[in-house]
Structures are given as structure tokens and as C-alpha cells.
Write a protein that binds this ligand. Sequence first.
Ligand code: SF4
Length: 475
Amino acid sequence: MASLPRNFKKAAAYALRDPALQRALLNVKRGFVVKRESARANLPEFDTLRDEARAIRDHTLTHLDLYLEAYERKVTESGGHVHYALNAAEARAIVLRLCQDAGVRLVTKGKSMVSEEIGLNAHLQASGVEVVETDLGEYIAQMRGERPSHIIAPVIHLNKESIERDFRRAHPNLPPQRKLDQAGDLVAEARQILRGKFLTAEAGITGANFLIAETGSSVIVTNEGNGDLTATLPRTHIVIASIEKLVPTLEDACLLLRLLARSATGQDITTYTSFSTGPRRSSDPDGPSAYHVVLLDNGRSEMLGNEFADMLRCIRCGACLNHCPVYGAIGGHAYGSVYPGPMGAVLTPQLQGLDRARDLPNASTLCGRCEAVCPVAIPLPDMMRTWRERDFVRRNPALKERLILRVWAFAAKRPRLYRALSRTAARVLARRAGQRGRLRRVPFLKTWTVTRDLPAPQGETFHDIYARRQRSKGQ
Ligand code: SF4
């Protein structure tokens, strides 16, 4: 693919001009938004579950230290090992050492956003360990040298034709006459290649949707069954997950799974929901002989004590991306971050620093749909606003900007003056717009109106309309 500019604004402008991307993004609405709505409508207790899910996540985060200890105890009792990584570099080093100690040359991998966050694949490959993604979307992204553009649908930005071209380029033995124009043909081709990899890999790496403190289990959900083959066929299974993935009990995990599937893909339950607990026991017919869990912090502990703690409730369903008008217009790659959309706009400045990610919380209409659909009720717009505020204070805005805000604050604190000024402004703007009813290049709103017209005020302010209605009600 043509590489996108690194600057967010340029990348977004580029994405808006890409007709293939724009067509592909329609699938987000058709494929996810509609299905989620119908799944939600078919579950009358959805809102009650949402409240319970939020309470479970908050409770776990408040007592995270205790649940981490309980989880580690259970993993150890089942014969596995837990490794703690403070940051991305530590996590990469631990996974590499585990691979090297076990003489691993080939790793199969299930879908894991945490592994994307720490840049695991490149690190292992640079040290001579071959890594093969086994989730179909991730496999295609890896083939193209791209990162996923969506947290649950890595190649939602592509159409069948471009994927077929990628397969023909990456699979040189593919006969030209072999049909690949249907999704099923592409799956069959990938399956043929991946089968050999599953059978020869010495280690399998998976992420975890949840980690259960009560049992020491990790849970993954997939629709392809690739996660199970990754976890059970190789002799070593490595789970990599961030610390906030913990839940206290099996029952808690099951409640969250009900919301996850419906919010993510609109399914009642994902096709495969798999629980892994330690290495193979003597009575097990299959399974790995070594089981490791790498727990990543990477800034999460710091979040526990700051204004972004609620973000740690996230169960990575992707619903906020699917319902975001900005994500729907530019797709995931323009964000330049592993985590795109509203959840990424909150998480990325925490992970990468506000300097590098300041555009992301600003790339939002603050329409509130993300919070409305979030199955764990994360106040995403409030948190984006907090980042904006920090950014504003930090970058020491120009005198002109500060003066405008001071004048506005002065007026806003004096209701009579504010009403008189807004009434005058509405009239002036309405007159300036004339018959056209729209304004171009409005002073003080130059950046906003350079690419779009401002609809002219109707001549009456909100306060006037409200007062008039109240008066007529009283008569
Ligand atoms: S923030 Fe909420 S809606 Fe967005 S991915 Fe996380 S859980 Fe899902």
C-alpha cells in the first residue's frame, strides 16, 4: 500500500481522498453498527448487564493488586509461569528469551493488540524467530506489512480485489487460473498455508480477552478457531496481556463475554470462546508442555491513579470505533496509532505522550455516540476533553487565542451581556449570509470554515426561542 503521511491531518486528508478506502468503510456501518443494534434489541437486559459489567471492571481495578496476586498463584499452581513487564521493551525481551530458551524458530500467533502495542513481531523476527499471524485479517495485514486498521477487524479497510492481489504476490506458487474472487476462496488458500505452520511451530502466542483470577485461566474469543490451534498445538504457549484484563471470577468473565460479542460483531456469542489454564496435564489428550503469561503494565498503573482510570474498563469491543463519525470517514491508519478511534484517542496520549499524539483527542466531534454504545460506559468524550485541556495549557497558546477566550469567559459569566452579544452576533451573521443562508471564511473561525460553509443563524438565539416558548406556555 502507499504509505500514509505520519502527520495526522495530512493522513486524514489523504484518507478522505481515497475512494477504495471510502467504499470499504461503508462495511463498518453495514457489518457492525446494524448488527450490534439488532443484537442489543434482542437482549432486553442489555442495560442491566452494562451496569453490572461496569461495576465488575471498577471493582477489579480498585483491587487489581490483590487479583494479580490471586491470578499468579493459580497459574503457578496449574504448572504455568507469570512474568511481569513494566514496559514494552521488557515484554519483548521476556518473550524473546522464552522463545530462545525453548529453541523456538517458528511462532504462530493469534490476534493480540498488546503484541502490536509493544512491536513484538519485528523484535522476534530481527532475532531470527519467524512469526506467522494466524487470524486471517492479521495474516493479510502481515502480508502487506501494515498494522491493523481496526481493533477487531484488522483489514476492514480493504476489498476482496486488493486482498486477491496480495495473495498472488505473497504466494508465488499459487496457479494463476485458481479462482480467488470469493471470500471462501481466500480463506481456503490461507488455511492451506497456515495448516503447515500450525503443525511445525514450536511456540504459539495468543492475547487474552480476559484473565480469570479465580482459576488462573486466560480467555480468547475468535471466529476462526485459529486461537485454539495456536494455543494447543505447539509445545510452548505464551499468553501476552495487559494487567487490566483481569476479572475476579469465571462468572464475571461470562457476563462480560455476553456484552463483548454483541457490542463487537452483533453475535450472541463468538464462534469460539476458549479457556486455557496452565500446560497440558497427564490426563489431557493434547496441549502445550509449557505455559507462560507475560503481563504488561506499560503505563496502566499510572492510569489507575489519574483522570483516565475509567479507560482501563475497556474490553476492546471496537463499538466506539464503529460508531465514530471521524473513524467512519478516515479509517484506522490515519490515526497513526495501534489503537484508533475514540478509545485510541484517549489511550494513545497516555502510551506515547501528548506531544506525539495531541491531534488524536482533537479529532473528535464530541458527539457522544462512543460513550453511548460502550458496553462498560467509559466517558470517552470527557476524557478527550481532558486531554484537549492539558494540550491547551501545555502548548502556551498564542496571545490572540488567549485573549479571545478571556473575552468569551468574561461575557459567559455575565448572562445579560452574553445574551445581548449573541443576539447581535446572530443578527449580523444572518444579514451577512443574505439569501444564500451560508457563510464562508468567517473571521475567528478561519480553520473551521476554510473547507466548509457555516450555516447562518436563523436570526434568533437559543435563549430567545426558549424564552418565547416559555412565555407562550405560561399564557
Ligand atoms: S472504549 Fe468501550 S466501546 Fe470502545 S473498545 Fe473499549 S469497551 Fe469497546
